[in-house]
Write a protein that binds this ligand. Structure first.
Ligand SMILES: [Zn+2]
Length: 466
């Protein structure tokens, strides 16, 4: 890039949708990609994963990664396979979690290709996976941990991470472009957490910047008030009383840990009956170890009052490892709680548990947190009476409860409060990582409460930063 050209910000993903976070900053010296996520949800979104990055991966000098969710890091194996050779910067806890997430996404991609070949429903002969475990290994070799608040210098730019309070290790990224005449600065929120995350400290205040690129998952909504632990306790009590089982489709990282923490507290208070609690997700159980370590070692983003305690020790907790053991749960007739991924019922072992138990009105399916458009979780949350799983339509006879209050995303009120928490008004806020009405909702709320310019950029839109 010419030294006289102004820096440019390009929205290569998560514009008009909640997944596929990819933002490119072209400085006169280097090209930096902030987040490198997979598209998830509807088929036409998932198909975008095959369309490439939009710029040559070999031309990107560095990746700055905000957190370990797949919609922020899941495209890294393809990026590295296609020629990216730079460092991938992230916090130390994000590194540990990415090392769990990426091999798992690669295995899923390989299974999908295998399944497509066996059933002959791919346009490609043979169907190839989006990326392989080897690609995931190569991406993991590029990870470079940078602790919170440590300034890291690139060529003509620098960045530091601040706590985002969304999942363990999550960060907002503060980038500074060092042009002597016109230094520019920006912050990418990644995903922002809430003030009351039971395990993590809340997000740190917004740094003073010229440009904010803000998530807007819940940009048009405020979460209902209510204690999710109490709601969960009530659900478990009534389900067990009628002899049913509670199935909690949980996101493997963080939501599982939050649910276990609530169960530990409920159980200690004698607020739930003693029933077996099955954690049936190999990825969630590996992530649980990272969370446990963070509380043993006093990680900088966990609530200090919980350091040195055992916030996940639930009596009756049993970690299900093998597929065989998972299948054996089908024969269990005693009431129990099954926590299993994925959180929006898009795949994983939980689909089998739901298919097996959805027909029985004694059981309850508890959806927690955000349910993206086009997912089975969203259909159920919207009152579907049948659900397609494993090639069949199943009547929905079990109770279905949605606890959006257990979300780990900031709502409209939290987003506005976070934007207002920094000094000075930015020149502009870009609302990304939201469905169109959510991003539009955040833009409207910024205008109403802060009076700042804000827009929801289009996919592939490029804006000059001068
Ligand atoms: Zn996230």
């Amino acid at each position: 890039m010419d030294r006289n050209t102004p820096p440019v910000l390009s929205f290569l993903g998560a514009a008009g949708t909640v997944t596929g976070s990819r933002f490119l900053v072209d400085t006169p010296d280097q090209r930096v990609l902030v987040d490198c996520g997979l598209y998830q949800g509807r088929k036409e979104l998932r198909e975008r994963n095959w369309a490439g990055l939009g710029v040559g991966p070999a031309s990107v000098d560095a990746v700055v990664l905000t957190h370990a969710h797949v919609d922020h890091c899941g495209y890294l194996p393809a990026l590295v396979r296609d020629g990216f050779r730079g460092p991938i910067y992230c916090t130390p806890n994000t590194e540990d979690l990415v090392r769990i997430m990426l091999p798992d996404s690669a295995r899923l991609a390989e299974q999908e290709a295998f399944y497509a070949n066996r059933h002959g429903f791919s346009k490609h002969q043979p169907a190839l996976p989006l990326f392989t475990e080897e690609d995931a290994d190569a991406a993991m070799r590029a990870l470079v941990p940078i602790p919170y608040h440590e300034l890291h210098q690139g060529a003509g730019w620098s960045f530091s991470f601040g706590r985002a309070g969304h999942i363990l290790g999550s960060a907002w990224a503060h980038l500074r472009l060092e042009d002597a005449d016109d230094p520019r600065s920006m912050v990418f929120t990644g995903d922002l957490g809430r003030q009351n995350h039971p395990l993590l400290l809340p997000p740190e205040p917004r740094p003073t910047v010229d440009v904010v690129v803000s998530e807007s998952t819940y940009g048009s909504r405020d979460h209902e008030v209510g204690d999710p632990a109490e709601q969960l306790g009530e659900i478990i009590r009534r389900t067990v009383a009628r002899g049913g089982t509670v199935i909690i489709p949980a996101f493997a990282v963080d939501r599982t840990d939050v649910v276990l923490h609530h169960l530990a507290r409920l159980s200690m208070a004698g607020a739930i009956p003693e029933v077996p609690i099955k954690l049936d997700s190999p990825m969630a159980s590996r992530a649980l170890w990272v969370y446990r370590d963070a509380f043993v070692n006093g990680s900088p983003d966990v609530r200090p009052e919980l350091v040195g305690t055992h916030p996940f020790e639930v009596p009756g907790l049993d970690v299900v490892e093998s597929v065989e053991e998972s299948k054996q749960l089908n024969d269990e007739t005693r009431p129990m709680v099954i926590i299993s991924a994925s959180g929006m019922l898009t795949g994983g072992r939980v689909v089998h548990h739901v298919a097996h138990r959805i027909n029985d009105p004694r059981n309850t399916i508890v959806l927690i947190g955000y349910q993206a458009e086009g997912t089975r979780g969203r259909h159920l949350a919207e009152g579907a009476t049948t659900l397609k799983m494993l090639g069949h339509y199943w009547p929905v006879r079990a109770e279905v409860t949605h606890l959006p209050s257990m979300s780990v995303h900031a709502d409209r009120h939290d987003l506005i409060a976070w934007l207002a928490s920094g000094k000075g008004a930015p020149d502009i806020v870009y609302a990304v990582h939201g469905e169109p009405e959510s991003s539009a909702g955040l833009v409207a709320a910024i205008d109403e409460h802060l009076g700042w310019p804000a827009v929801a950029p289009r996919l592939d839109e490029r804006v000059r930063l001068d």
